[in-house]
Write a protein that binds this ligand. Structure first.
Ligand code: CUA
Length: 415
């Protein structure tokens, strides 16, 4: 055999392998694609609802894989066995077509029906199972209402009533009890959104004037990535959230802390002249769409979230008081609530315990002084079309860098 004859099929296989490899790299998986355990993996699931959906996926995969191998095998066999070997065979008139074999045809219809039934039975079971909390677990289930806004999520806890303020409300971080079924009512105030936490359950649309719901359960305490999964306008892809599942005691502690009014930093300390003037270095420039999440949320996200629950020991009460005054003066209060501080806006996310969240701008940026200042400085460059940027323009509010620093200090003190 001549060398070139040997090399050309080798080169063809090489090209095919390269194309497949590139396709895998381009398929939207993160750098751990071969392990399929990214933040939004539907393969590495963490609860029974996502598990049941994964089971349906695998059944469908296996059935279609068997069909693919059978059909592909017959096709390959026929192509090789009956190929034209000589020029005469290539030009020969094909043999007359027969009427077919009824036995084979009935057999194939039967096999197709069987394949569909094998897929349909677990699919229907999963549809009923995932629709609502199973009867025998209803008593221990916890209820939360999630509402979609362009482009963030509001979470309401109807069983936690606060005197004079209604149900406990938070935004963009859904804290749930681990090991318990959680029933989530899905609502929207504007466009159609879709609620999706890939590792726990997904996805169900939030449709205007329609009372949808889903249920999910996180088997163990953990930190999960969520995402709006229905195109809902300019910043749909930036409409994210987090789910934090906590053990029973930690969950109750969290509820207790959240139902409290916002933390008020003692004004008596305002006179402290030795306190630092600013809590961080001045704002650097960010590229549009530059990622705002640091590596600590990749490795130990739940620990990173926990560390966010306590007041920063280096905080500056004078700066915080200044930020609180600005919150009123710059009309932040017309859209945002800070319960206990006399600010009661409802069209934007509540900020009562903003400082205890691990993210801001609907799960887009890490909640730290630098990213918060970036957001306050130019919300439009982070999330196109958002109402806060429009509010700045409509109300002719200009925040100076000093305003930003004071507001950052105030907002992060709200634990
Ligand atoms: Cu909300 Cu897409």
């Amino acid at each position: 055999m001549r060398l070139s004859k040997f090399l050309s099929p080798l080169a063809r296989w090489g090209r095919a392998a390269f194309a497949l490899g590139s396709l895998a790299l381009l398929s939207g998986c993160d750098y751990n694609w071969w392990r399929m355990d990214g933040h939004q993996s539907t393969i590495k699931v963490a609860g029974p609802v996502a598990k049941s959906q994964l089971d349906v996926f695998y059944v469908t995969c296996w059935v279609t894989l068997v069909i693919f191998i059978l059909v592909g095998g017959v096709l390959a066999y026929a192509s090789i066995k009956f190929r034209a070997r000589t020029e005469a065979e290539e030009k020969a008139i094909p043999p007359e077509q027969g009427p077919g074999n009824p036995l084979i045809e009935i057999g194939l219809i039967g096999a197709s029906v069987l394949a569909l039934v094998i897929i349909a039975v677990p699919t229907l079971k999963a549809i009923w199972y995932t629709y609502d909390v199973p009867e025998d677990r209803k008593a221990e289930s916890y209820e939360i209402t999630a509402t979609g806004y362009q482009w963030w999520f509001k979470f309401e806890y109807p069983s936690e009533q606060i005197a004079g303020a209604g149900a406990l409300v938070t935004a963009n971080e859904l804290v749930i009890p681990a090991g318990r079924p959680v029933r989530i009512n899905l609502r929207t105030v504007d466009a159609i959104h879709s609620f999706w936490v890939p590792k726990l359950a997904g996805k169900v649309d939030m449709i205007p004037n329609r009372a949808n719901h889903l249920w999910l359960q996180a088997d163990e305490p953990g930190y999960f990535w969520g995402q709006c999964a229905e195109f809902c306008g300019d910043s749909h892809a930036l409409m994210r959230f987090r789910v934090i599942a906590l053990g029973p005691k930690e969950f109750n502690d969290w509820l207790t802390q959240q139902t409290e009014p916002a933390r008020d930093v003692a004004p008596a300390r305002v006179a402290d002249q030795n306190a630092p003037k600013a809590q961080f270095a001045s704002l650097r420039t960010f590229k549009q769409n530059e990622s705002g999440i640091s590596a600590k949320f990749d490795t130990e996200p739940l620990e990173a979230w926990r560390s966010q629950q306590f007041p920063d020991r280096g905080e500056n009460p004078a700066l915080i008081a200044q930020g609180k005054a600005l919150f009123k003066e710059k009309a932040c209060l017309s859209c945002h609530e800070v319960r206990g501080h006399g600010f009661a806006g409802i069209s934007g996310p509540t900020l009562t315990h903003f400082g205890s969240r691990s993210t801001l701008a609907a799960g887009l940026l890490e909640n730290n002084p630098e990213q918060l200042q970036r957001w306050l400085n130019n919300p439009e460059s982070v999330k196109a079309g958002n109402k806060m940027a429009k509010g700045y323009i409509d109300n002719n509010i200009k925040l100076t860098p000093a305003d930003e620093v004071a507001l950052v200090a105030y907002l992060l003190s709200l634990k």
